[in-house]
Design a protein around this ligand. Structure first.
Ligand SMILES: [Zn+2]
Length: 135
């Protein structure tokens, strides 16, 4: 994945036990979250990604945070803003092909037949056909 690029650009945003699993198509979405988190980072003692992965066909991003404890309401507002921003990006992933990044609404949460059942993915028609041929 292009993840290594992001780790180089934003080294302080990734927890040492960071877990990652998704395809390159969501790279730009993840990069947006990195930029957003980086802008807010100075307001926190800790603000890091713990997990970024695909779950039930959608991007899922988990963070951990610790307030600066200067002003509780201010800190809480900052965290709410980041969390809402992450939710929006996760929502957008439902119309972006996880493989190639193309914006497609016709194959939302499509079922991929795999060897032992089904796997939910968000894919464009082209990537869907390509992956389906592998099974
Ligand atoms: Zn695609």
């Amino acid at each position: 994945m292009k993840l290594e690029k992001l780790k180089k650009e934003f080294p302080k945003l990734f927890d040492k036990n960071f877990y990652f699993e998704c395809d390159n198509g969501w790279f730009e979405l993840i990069k947006l979250v990195c930029v957003g988190m980086n802008n807010y980072k100075k307001n926190f003692k800790i603000l890091k990604f713990v997990q970024i992965k695909e779950k039930f066909g959608l991007l899922r991003i988990y963070i951990k945070s610790e307030y600066n404890n200067i002003n509780h309401n201010f800190d809480k507002n900052n965290l709410d803003n980041i969390q809402n921003f992450i939710y929006s990006i996760e929502e957008i992933s439902s119309i972006v092909c996880e493989k190639c990044g193309q914006i497609k609404t016709d194959k939302r949460n499509v079922g991929i037949k795999i060897v032992h059942g089904w796997w939910k993915k968000t894919l464009c028609g082209k990537c869907h056909r390509r992956i389906q041929k592998c099974f």
